[in-house]
Write a protein that binds this ligand. Structure first.
Ligand code: ARG
Length: 436
C-alpha cells in the first residue's frame, strides 16, 4: 500500500522507520469515529458542490459498509498501514475505486485525528458518567440499607466521633457525584469540531465547517485552525477528571481494605469478590480493593504523560501528538474498569454489627460530654480540659449504645442524624433519576 505522502518521497520508507512510527496498533480503536467523521465530511463536500451526488452515494455506501463491519468488531484493513486514517482510506479505495481519492479533499490527518479524539472523548465522558452513576447507585443503596447502623468515625485514624454506616457510604457518593459534574463540564469543552482546520490553516476550498460540526452533533466548529489541530486540552481535562475519580476510588478501596482487617473486622467480603493465598491456607484477601488502589497510579501517570507531551510543543501540529493516544485510552479503560469493580465490590460486602458495636467506645462521646458542660454555661475551653482529664491515661471503655445513638441523632445538618441522612439519600436519588 502506497503511503499517503508517497508523491513527495517516492523512494519509500525504511522499514525500521515504518515500524517505529506506525500507530495502527494503538489508534485502530478510533476507526468507528474516523468513519463517522468521514461520512459527515462527504456530506459536507456534496453540500458545497465539491462532490456530485453519484460520487457522494458511492463514498457513503463504501463508508457505511466499513462502519458496519467495524461496529461488528472486524478490522477490515491492511495491518501494515501507518495509522487508522490511512488504513480506512486505503480499504475504501480498494472497495470503491478512484473516487475514494476525493475523500481527503479539504481535510488533513491533522484535523481528522483531532476530530476522532473529540468524538472518542465525548463518548468516554458519557460512558464514564454512566459508570459513576452506577457506583453512586450502589453507594446510596448501601446507605439506605444501613441508616441506623452505628460506626466510629476517625480523624488521624484515631476514634473521633460516632456516625452511621449510611453517612460513610454517602460521603463517597457525594465525591462521585462531583466527579460526574466534572465529566459533564469536560464534555462541554470537548464539544467542538476541528474539521475545516485542514493541516493547520484551513483551505482555499469553500468548506462548511458548521455543516460537519452540526452533522456530528457538536455545539459548533473551532474558531481558529491553528488551535483546532493542536488543542488537546479536552483530552487532558477528561484524564484529569479520571485521575480525580481514581483518587476517590483509591480512598474508598483503602477504607475497605482497612475495615476488612481482623483488627477492624467491620466488613466481610463475599467469597466471590475476595481471593485466597497459594501458600497460607487461612487467607481471604481484598484483592479487588487493592487493585483499584494500585491502578490509580496508572491514571496519574497518564495525566502526567499528557501534560508533559504538550508543554513544549510549538504551534501547530507536531507528530509528538500521536503519543496522546496510549495515555488517553489507558486512562479511559482503567477508570471504567475500576468504577465497575468498585460498584460490584460495594454490593458484595457485609457489615458486621458485632465488630462495629465493640468499636463504639466512650471516647467517641468525649466531645458530646464537653458540649453538655457548655450547655451548663461553662466556657468550651474549660469543658474541654475537664473532659480531657478523664482520657489522659489513654484507657478506653465501652460506651452506652443508647448514648451513642442519641449523639448521632442530635447531629443534624451536615451530620449523620438519620433524618439528615434521609435528605442526603433523597437528593442523590433525585440526581440519579435525572440523567444529565
Ligand atoms: N497518526 C497521526 C497522529 O496520531 C495522525 C496525524 C498524522 N499527521 C501527520 N502530519 N503526519 O497524530
Amino acid at each position: 500500500m502506497a503511503d499517503l505522502w508517497s508523491g513527495r518521497l517516492p523512494g519509500g520508507l525504511d522499514p525500521a522507520v515504518r515500524a517505529f512510527s506506525a500507530s495502527l496498533a494503538v489508534d485502530w480503536r478510533l476507526a468507528p469515529y474516523d468513519i463517522r467523521g468521514s461520512l459527515a465530511h462527504v456530506a459536507m463536500l456534496a453540500h458545497v458542490g465539491l462532490l456530485d451526488p453519484a460520487e457522494q452515494a458511492v463514498l457513503e455506501r463504501g463508508l457505511r459498509e466499513l462502519l458496519a463491519e467495524v461496529d461488528a468488531g472486524a478490522a477490515p484493513w491492511d495491518p501494515e498501514a501507518e495509522d487508522v486514517h490511512s488504513a480506512v482510506e486505503a480499504e475504501l479505495s480498494r472497495r470503491v475505486g478512484p473516487v475514494a481519492g476525493k475523500l481527503h479533499t479539504g481535510r488533513s490527518r491533522n484535523d481528522q485525528v483531532a476530530l476522532d479524539l473529540h468524538l472518542f472523548v465525548r463518548d468516554a465522558c458519557d460512558r464514564t458518567q454512566a459508570a459513576v452513576r452506577g457506583l453512586v447507585a450502589a453507594l446510596v443503596d448501601g446507605a439506605e440499607a444501613h441508616r441506623e447502623l452505628l460506626m466510629p468515625a476517625y480523624t488521624h485514624l484515631q476514634r473521633a466521633q460516632p456516625v452511621t454506616v449510611a453517612h460513610w457510604f454517602l460521603a463517597y457518593a457525594w465525591m462521585f457525584r462531583r466527579d460526574a459534574t466534572r465529566l459533564a463540564d469536560a464534555r462541554h469543552r470537548a464539544d467542538f469540531s476541528p474539521l475545516g482546520a485542514g493541516a493547520l490553516a484551513g483551505s482555499t476550498l469553500p468548506l462548511d465547517p458548521a455543516f460537519t460540526a452540526g452533522a456530528l452533533g457538536f455545539a459548533g466548529p473551532y474558531a481558529n485552525s491553528l488551535d483546532a489541530v493542536s488543542d488537546r486540552d479536552f483530552a487532558v481535562e477528561y484524564v484529569a477528571a479520571a485521575a480525580l475519580i481514581m483518587v476517590h476510588l483509591s480512598r474508598l478501596a483503602e477504607d475497605l481494605v482497612l475495615w476488612n482487617t481482623r483488627e477492624f473486622g467491620f466488613i466481610e467480603i463475599d467469597d466471590g469478590w475476595a481471593t485466597g493465598s497459594s501458600m497460607m491456607p487461612q487467607k481471604k484477601n481484598p484483592d479487588v480493593a487493592e487493585l483499584i488502589r494500585g491502578r490509580a497510579g496508572r491514571v496519574f501517570g497518564d495525566l502526567s504523560a499528557l501534560l508533559t507531551l504538550l508543554k513544549g510543543l510549538p504551534l501547530s501540529y507536531n507528530r509528538d501528538l500521536q503519543e496522546d493516544k496510549p495515555a488517553l485510552f489507558d486512562a479511559a479503560d482503567t477508570v471504567l474498569a475500576c468504577l465497575e469493580a468498585a460498584a460490584g465490590l460495594v454490593r458484595h460486602i457485609r457489615w458486621r454489627p458485632d465488630a462495629l458495636s465493640r468499636a463504639l467506645s466512650a471516647e467517641l462521646l468525649a466531645t458530646d460530654d464537653a458540649e453538655r458542660l457548655v450547655r451548663q454555661g461553662i466556657p468550651f475551653r474549660d469543658a474541654h480540659g475537664r473532659v480531657a482529664a478523664r482520657f489522659r491515661d489513654g484507657g478506653t471503655e465501652p460506651a452506652d449504645p443508647e448514648a451513642v445513638r442519641g449523639s448521632v441523632a442530635a447531629r443534624g445538618g451536615l451530620g449523620p442524624a438519620p433524618a439528615a441522612v434521609t435528605g442526603q439519600i433523597a437528593a442523590l436519588r433525585d440526581w440519579l433519576a435525572h440523567p444529565l
